[in-house]
Design a protein around this ligand. Structure first.
Ligand code: CP
Ligand code: NVA
Length: 305
């Protein structure tokens, strides 16, 4: 039984395998085929935060694969009505996989420790591995081989940025983070990167123009993530020089793509002309969540195509 808590849980070969399954299922989907690789399997979605993409792509995905989903919101009482351990033991006796969107990464780890079925991280404050897999899959579709390419992330060094850095390390992509002091990766995460992806080529800078200079794609995410709302004003000030706009993109190589996990706060981390412009692939990223979630589920539950 395997979990996907962070991308450190996957080898590069396993990521390639997930991509291959996703690609196969995507091409079948385009032909109207829904291959029932997981008949009768049940997926629980345990969500403490809002979601469009993650929730719907997982629910549609398991349905295409012949399985079922149960959406469990906060009223299910995870960690409040009973202990996390009791909750995990019972829920995992009923279902085959649990996708968790949690306010606290630690809570997800505790749930996984006591679960007897696979657990997938559908976003925590610390990591968003399914998003990063879908993004790197999308980039590979766009540019072919990923090895040796540079992905520049401009803005808050958050859950999405951490997962992208790990994914880049696994797949041989250079990762550049442009963020102000205080919004870069902390020492603990840097140490984990050294351990988990020792070959990662990473540059951290406070200069967004320098960051995008060699980038095949420029990525950003919101300045204020879910749960950080009380810091909104301070974050707007600290990150004001890190907006991805036409001026910043003029410092990137011609043809560089713009990426964002969505939802976006237009006018903050990105301008309308960039996110709606010709270089933007944000809808492709979101659409690929469906195919990559199916690849993850099929791989994790052992029904490999
Ligand atoms: N990108 C992403 O995870 O979107 P949702 O919050 O809508 O799931
Ligand atoms: N960093 C964002 C990502 C949302 C998909 C958040 O955690 O709110």
């Amino acid at each position: 039984m395997r979990n996907l808590i962070t991308l450190a849980d996957l080898s590069s070969g396993e990521i390639e395998r997930i991509f291959a399954i996703s690609e196969d299922l995507k091409s079948k989907h385009a032909k109207g085929l829904r291959e029932a690789l997981l008949p009768g399997r049940v997926m629980a979605l345990l969500f403490e935060k809002p979601s469009l993409r993650t929730r719907v792509s997982f629910e549609a995905g398991i349905s295409h694969l012949g399985g079922n989903s149960l959406f469990l919101g906060e009223e299910v009482g995870w960690g409040s009505r009973e202990s996390i351990a009791d909750f995990a033991r019972v829920l995992s006796a009923y279902v085959d996989v649990i996708v968790v969107r949690s306010k606290s990464h630690q809570k997800l780890i505790e749930l996984a420790e006591h679960s007897t079925c696979s657990v997938i991280n559908g976003l925590t404050d610390y990591a968003h591995p399914c998003q990063a897999l879908s993004d790197l899959y999308t980039l590979r579709e766009l540019v072919g081989s990923l090895r040796g390419q540079t992905l520049a992330y401009v803005g808050d060094g958050n859950n999405v940025a951490r997962s992208l850095a790990l994914g880049c390390g696994k797949l041989g992509i250079r990762f550049v983070l442009a963020a102000p002091e205080g919004y870069q990766f902390d020492a603990e995460f840097l140490a984990s990167l050294k351990r988990d992806v020792p070959k990662l080529k990473m540059t951290v800078t406070t200069d967004p123009r320098q960051a995008v200079a060699d980038a095949v794609a420029v990525y950003t995410d919101v300045w204020t993530s879910m749960g950080q709302e009380s810091e909104t004003a301070a974050r707007r000030t600290a990150l004001a020089d890190y907006q991805v706009n036409a001026e910043l993109l003029s410092h990137a190589p011609k043809g560089a793509f713009f990426m964002h996990c969505l939802p976006a706060r237009r006018g903050e981390e990105v301008t309308d002309d960039v996110i709606d412009g010709a270089s933007s692939v944000v809808v492709d990223q979101a659409a690929n969540r469906l195919h990559v979630q199916k690849g993850i589920l099929a791989w994790l539950l052992g029904a490999q195509a």
